[in-house]
Write a new protein. Sequence first.
Length: 261
Amino acid sequence: MNFLKSISFLTAFLILTACSSEKLEEKGFSVASQESSTTEETNVDGFSKDSLHIETRPSNVLLTGIPKYRISTIYKVNYKDDQASFIGNNEFYGNDKEIGRSNGNQWNYNFMPGLQAVHGYNLVNISHYNTETQTQKNFFEKPVLIKTFYYPSFSKDTLNHKPVNRNYYLISVYNEDTNKDGSINLKDLRRLYYFDIDALNKKPLIPVNYSVVKSEYDPANDYMYVFAKIDANKNGISEDKEAIHIFWIDLNAPERNGRQY
């Protein structure tokens, strides 16, 4: 078992230990529906203003490959039956494929060369901190449900004998109550967004009427392939019968992307 797998196992064990033998609630949280007659009080990132009042807590500081930028993961505070509180732990997706340790390729077990990938139970926001200006901001104005957060790796990775340096972030996220059931959870459409290194310039990389299913990596082209279902009937739910399309993303410049199937 490699180092990253050991970390993932340990963090999963700690979560289960923190919750004793109690079953974790389904990921997500409720969204209060508020009626408003003025445009100033309507949607921000898919939410009504002031509609979310959930308790959050930071977990750890993540080291990015750019020393002046540091990231903190923010989790929803959960409560057990005895009202003891707990939050999720950072778990890291690894890649133990042989090509990542072959001649000219050293990915340091990262999910993709140059990008580390973190996830956790009820991860609801990411904090961005600039150590030079000592300024902090959150990626999202309101809590969201983050599936995976990709950030520039601290390790010195190589791909095809060349150093890999990423200067952006990718976030796979449920950020809207697309099925209108009053909650943001795994039943909603999952989106994929790009942010520049300053956590600005947010852009969807997959059309918002799709729901991300999975991704694959192409080391020959340094492409990320994203499989996503189209919400053909526009009910805000990813359903088995709906068609899956494949999109490509150039990891050298993620804003360059398109559909290949």
